[in-house]
Design a protein around this ligand. Sequence first.
Ligand SMILES: Cc1ncc(COP(=O)(O)O)c(C=O)c1O
Length: 412
Amino acid sequence: MRLSRRPFNFHVASYNVVLIDHHLILVHHRKPKTSEARLKIQPFATEQYFSLYEFNAPYPLSCSDCETMTVSELLEFSQTTIEEFGSLRLGYTESQGDAGLRESICELYFNISPEDVVVLTSPIEGIYLTMRTLLAPGDEVISLTPAYDALNNVVEHVCGNVVPWHIQPTDQGWKLDFDQFERLVSDKTRLAVVNFPHNPTGYAPSNKDFERMLQILDRHHVWLFCDEMYRGLELNPMYKIPSAIESYSRCLVLSGLSKTYGLPGLRMGWLVIPDHEIRDQLINWKHYTSICPAAPSEKLAIAALKVHETLRDRNVELVKHNLDIADQFFKRWPDHFVWRRPEAGSIGLVEMKLDAFGSSNVNDYCHRLVKETGVLLLPGDGLGCSQPFVRFGFGRKNFAECLSAYETYLQS
Ligand SMILES: Cc1ncc(COP(=O)(O)O)c(C=O)c1O
């Protein structure tokens, strides 16, 4: 049955409440199109929070990236000589990205050619460029919630019409309702924004559900933005899904070297965009943000991609090892946490039973925790969680040490 929106559409604060097939759904309502409203964007809660503590907290327990390495280690690993790196000239680079690098990126996908790839100056840049290119004020966008802040906030900033598609916590883990997705998509939908493997829950869809989502989008001619920053970190072969770009052409895929490959300091990301008109428009936007990628990052990215399987596999092993430690920890604290083990990616979203902590607010708890103990957890509210959740990260070598510091605090 199609939407019955009109009779049940009313306002609560900055939301519209609409009734869709007996479910009440909150939709961010359109801001008045004054020049002041158009300039505003939500605070980037996750990055603002990390900028307070990330570089001074001794026990970071919620990072999304996997273990990193030095430049020397990367060069040695990829058998690139220091002379080769040192001979790089520091002139401007090609706007779309170095041709050799784009060729290496293609090897991560089936049926993609170097001209489909746009190299970015950071993965996050790809979110901004995509939304600027695809959306206009008033467009309707379905977006996975909770999500990495930028995925919802930039959409809301540009078009003002975000229809959330909620990932639900259940007794069996995180679930996404694809029947609900079908009900949310309408002929007004311009774009769907998803992120698999998912930050912050560690959810990944089955092949069957993923295919179904693409078929629904295709039927309604809806564009897809698929954030695949954590691709390759599937912990169970069952959750290995193809890149969206391999099955759906009305699509932009974002990926990069920050998470799975542990190289966030390179600021290396890319978009795959088979549609040449959209790609050209996006490159035009890129001339206003970064013009072209940084030459040293491109050179080191080529080195990293030579050994991408090794870099990925060792991080998968590290995440699996840390998740086993986490399983034991959460078994010891059943009155404090509800543990839903991630299926993929390097992070998980953990429910806090606030009564056990003597706290009424996760945000206050996390600020107090890091100030008193140096243990850094990320409160879920900035990611769009309305319930008390915190994000844990499992991709770092010092995970056991950080968790032990936290456990000492819990015991005190
Ligand atoms: C889902 C997702 N997309 C994009 C990004 C941006 O990546 P980067 O910080 O490397 O630009 C992040 C970073 O946390 C992320 O989690």
